[in-house]
Design a protein. Structure first.
Length: 530
């Protein structure tokens, strides 16, 4: 369905056309068809399916059709500051000719501008729960006229602990019979369902399946690599691919910062975005990334929620996500609006436990291979300590945040050099053959078999026969402990015997009868008494 076929306000249509919207995405078509009669909605839709435009167009059309004589307004709640700014920007584009006013409200910045915006009167309020509550409780934000409520990314709201804030806000706005409520979530978990049915009236359910985008339109490759070699592998990929835009996902804020700084030491500029960054810096980074001034962004799942880049060329999962659904959210950013994308995923000994749930979730095995020597580039940051901006105890951290002494770093480098020399003596041809055999072995395995094989391989120094060696080591250790235990028992028994003998001697001495005196002894005793 095209937007031109919808019965929309002419000024709204003009903004939609100028923004480049022609054909409705599935979620936009279903939401607009179901919501324009005032019905409440409960929508499951992944990031990147066009849901922002869906609820914005719906709200704008209803405000315009009623001519807003009652002074009603709309409240859109989002989990992050970046998403609030993104929704505001989209609203300004779509509603450019409508005469409606829009503003976003979030923490990390001063109150002055936001209070000034509220005094002018806002038709569509976009904000994070925390700041909206602050403004409402201080009397600066009036929520008594809210006729349209949108909760975006409701599942993320729960993950970030916003559920109490949501309940608090919903209680101070007009009841469900006086407002239209639209709830959007990427997943249909029980918490979101409870929220939907507690604060909506007979909601229509809309489900948009997005997994086919992930499976069919993204070139996925999973590479098995040890955690210590992830950066070396990443450097090779960046050198070969040279993507125009790339997001590298890490599971922790610390890893994001360390990785970004190590890339810089290798001559590769990047920026990292985490929740601890000041709002102004976060926004500056986001604007630069969207404008193409920054090509590489290192981010966590939460920090990346507000990122909306339609032409993202590549995603790298430096760490496998702990939740299977986040894998879909991450790589789905490269295949928006019918475009294709590339996604690399690194699977180390620390990540392998998350692999099987992901493959079950997407219902297919990710094409995989094992990294070989040719996949690794020299890391110029090797041996250099990385100090974190937010390091609380002012310690120095290595590549994965661990403390490392200078002597340990030197020893490590010596070991690697020695290993490389030994490797060259062994012969690269033999290694290549071994790697090819392992790749064939992995390709023939099921997900469960692959998990068990890699657990065994990675848990024992990366050797294919590690399990056998580990078994021999355990047996040897067990025999040694048994021998030591036997020796200890003998020593204990010996000491017990010595103690018994000593005790017996004492007792024997104590019980010994007095010695009989001879004639000479009796004479001496007689004279000694006198």
């Amino acid at each position: 369905m095209n937007y031109s076929e919808l019965n929309l306000d002419e000024n709204l249509k003009k903004g939609i056309e100028e923004a480049g919207y022609v054909t409705c995405t599935p979620v936009q078509e279903k939401v607009l068809q179901a919501s324009l009669d005032g019905s409440d909605l409960y929508v499951q839709s992944q990031t990147g399916t066009g849901k922002t435009a869906a609820f914005l167009v719906s709200i704008m059309q209803e405000l315009l059709s009623s001519k807003n004589e009652s002074g009603a307004n709309a409240l859109i709640l989002v989990p992050t500051r970046e998403l609030a700014v993104q929704v505001e920007d989209e609203a300004k584009k779509l509603g450019k000719y409508t005469g409606l006013s829009f503003a976003s409200f979030f923490g990390g910045v001063g109150y002055e501008k936001q209070i000034a915006d509220l005094k002018k009167g806002i038709d569509i309020i976009i904000g994070t729960p925390g700041r909206v509550i602050d403004l409402q409780e201080s009397g600066q934000m009036d929520l008594s006229r809210v006729a349209y409520l949108v909760t975006d990314e409701a599942d993320r709201m729960f993950d970030m602990g916003f559920y109490p804030s949501l309940r608090k806000l919903i209680k101070v706005i007009p009841g469900s019979e006086k407002r239209q409520t639209m709830l959007f979530s990427a997943t249909l978990n029980m918490n979101v369902k409870n929220l939907a049915y507690e604060y909506t009236k007979e909601p229509k359910e809309i489900t948009i399946e997005a997994e086919n985008i992930t499976v069919d339109e993204i070139d996925q490759e999973l590479i098995h690599v040890s955690s210590e070699k992830k950066l070396n592998l990443l450097l090779t990929i960046l050198s070969k691919e040279n993507p125009d835009s790339l997001i590298i996902f890490c599971n922790t804020k610390k890893t994001c910062e360390i990785l970004s700084k190590r890339l810089a030491l290798n001559g590769i500029p990047s920026e990292f975005i985490i929740g601890d960054l000041p709002q102004k810096k976060r926004q500056k980074i986001m604007d630069s990334f969207k404008a193409g001034k920054i090509k590489i962004l290192v981010a966590t799942d939460v920090a990346a929620r507000g990122i909306d880049v339609n032409d993202l060329a590549m995603v790298v999962n430096y760490d496998l996500p702990n939740e299977a659904e986040n894998y879909v959210h991450r790589i789905g950013r490269t295949a928006r609006a019918g475009k294709t994308g590339k996604a690399y995923t690194f699977c180390s000994e620390q990540d392998v436990y998350s692999l099987m749930p992901i493959e079950r979730y997407i219902e297919k095995s990710i094409p995989s291979r094992v990294a070989i020597d040719e996949d690794y580039s020299a890391d110029k940051s090797e041996g250099i300590y990385i100090r974190l901006d937010s390091d609380e105890d002012h310690g120095r951290f290595g590549h994965h945040g661990e403390r490392r002494s200078l002597s340990r770093e030197k020893d490590s480098r010596k070991e690697r050099k020695s290993s490389k020399k030994t490797s060259r003596k062994t012969g690269s041809g033999e290694k290549a053959r071994s790697s090819e055999e392992e790749i064939e072995k992995l390709a023939a395995m099921t997900s469960d078999e692959r998990l068990m094989y890699l657990k065994s391989k990675y848990a024992n120094g990366g050797n294919a026969d590690g399990a056998e060696k580990e078994q021999r080591r355990k047996q040897k250790s067990k025999s040694k402990r048994a021998s030591e235990s036997k020796s200890a028992k003998k020593s204990q028994k010996k000491r017990a015997g010595q103690k018994k003998t000593f005790s017996t001697n004492i007792k024997d001495t104590a019980r010994k009868p007095p010695k009989k005196l001879g004639v000479l002894g009796k004479i001496r005793a007689f004279f000694s008494k006198r």
